[in-house]
Design a protein around this ligand. Structure first.
Ligand code: ATP
Ligand code: MG
Length: 345
């Protein structure tokens, strides 16, 4: 069965948005608007899988919304909203908790990393995170999901959940007039030179909002001085840059900076190395600072302007939630019928 093509993705309001979120996710969100109907969600319910200060959460939720707007997502043509305003996410997640298997969730590396050594003390929400993420996507029966490389495993799980739901309820799906499959198997869109931006301090660790060191990341709201300082201090090795991509294979920090340059300049790594092969890091970093400031400066400025008007941001989220609700309600009514829940019609 052919499903209507639709894009869904989300970003957690867990802190400062950084260059990894921008290059791995938000740049793609913006580009996809031309060809798809898109739904972009500030996933506040995912955020509370680890402790969030209730006084801060509204602020970070509005900041992520401001970032979406400042980067060029059109809230009229597409949908921008925050997850907790559409109850279907939690409802569908519960059904999926009963479809997904413990064995599947036990393999998730994000849980292992985030729970750390004290696993007994992690929230059940953190463990069930991928099931809620599957619900986010499938509540809109979305077919394409732009994400960074770190979310690949969760996307595969979402496909497994969709497939198992379609199989387990095949007869009921058919009986209710939905043909052979109710949910599409959503496809991850993970492309380009910066699908996994690494920490500026450690080329083995991904750049993250939750990293305690602010020098590990470039925030979208950093000013020119901060960007310059962080790039100048970024860890490198003593060799000049190679001329070929192969020369980056054993040099994670060099590979990361070249990947960032390529993504910001909309070029391939090979093109960047054609220009900078043989150059010292000091030269390369100076060019990277100029490029990063030129690209991120206007976004950061716009974000700062937008968050001054929380009334407007909240209006965008309310309007988006209303439109998301309409799609979500249709899916939830169908899911309830398929599963066999009695409801008023
Ligand atoms: P947290 O540390 O709280 O999980 P995060 O930085 O991982 O925060 P998320 O909100 O979990 O941010 O992810 C939002 C989007 O950004 C996802 O699509 C994710 O794959 C992408 N993303 C996150 N970090 C990176 C990164 N370092 N490089 C590329 N994409 C990334
Ligand atoms: Mg994350």
């Amino acid at each position: 069965m052919a499903f209507k093509e639709r894009v869904f993705s989300g970003v957690q309001p867990t802190g400062n948005l950084h260059l990894g979120n921008y290059l791995g996710a938000i740049v793609k969100f913006v580009a996809l608007q031309d060809t798809y109907d898109c739904i972009y969600c500030v996933v506040d319910m995912h955020a509370i899988t680890v402790w969030q200060d209730p006084a801060e959460l509204p602020k970070t939720t509005r900041e992520v919304t401001a970032a979406f707007l400042a980067c060029g997502i059109d809230p009229k043509k597409h949908i921008i909203f925050n997850q907790s305003q559409v109850s279907g996410h939690a409802e569908l997640a519960w059904v999926f908790n009963c479809v997904a298997r413990l064995g599947w969730l036990n393999r998730m590396t994000q849980f292992k990393e985030k729970a750390g050594k004290d696993r007994e003390n992690a929230s059940i929400g953190l463990y069930a995170y991928p099931s809620l993420m599957a619900a986010d996507i499938l509540l809109y029966r979305a077919t394409h999901v732009p994400v960074g490389e770190d979310q690949k495993q969760h996307l595969e799980l979402a496909r497994d959940i969709a497939q198992k739901f379609n199989n387990d309820f095949a007869q009921s799906i058919h009986a209710h007039g939905f043909g052979d499959a109710f949910f599409p198997l959503p496809e991850p869109l993970i492309q380009g030179p910066a699908t996994r931006v690494m920490s500026l301090r450690d080329g083995q660790k991904k750049m993250s909002k939750s990293d305690p060191s602010d020098y590990s990341r470039i925030n979208l709201t950093d000013d020119a001085d901060a960007i310059a300082q962080k790039i100048r201090k970024a860890k490198t090795d003593p060799e000049p840059l190679p001329s070929e991509e192969k020369g980056l294979e054993t040099r994670p920090e060099a590979d990361n900076l070249v990947g960032i340059f390529a993504a910001l300049a909309n070029k391939s790594r090979a093109d960047v190395l054609k220009e900078f092969g043989g150059a010292q890091f000091s030269t390369f970093k100076a060019s990277l600072v100029d490029l990063a400031v030129a690209k991120l400066g206007p976004i950061g400025a716009d974000m700062k302007r937008l968050v001054q008007d929380p009334g407007y941001i909240d209006q965008v989220l309310a309007d988006g939630s209303d439109r998301a609700h309409e799609i979500a309600d249709k899916t939830m009514n169908a899911v309830k019928d398929i599963v066999g829940f009695v409801r008023k019609s």
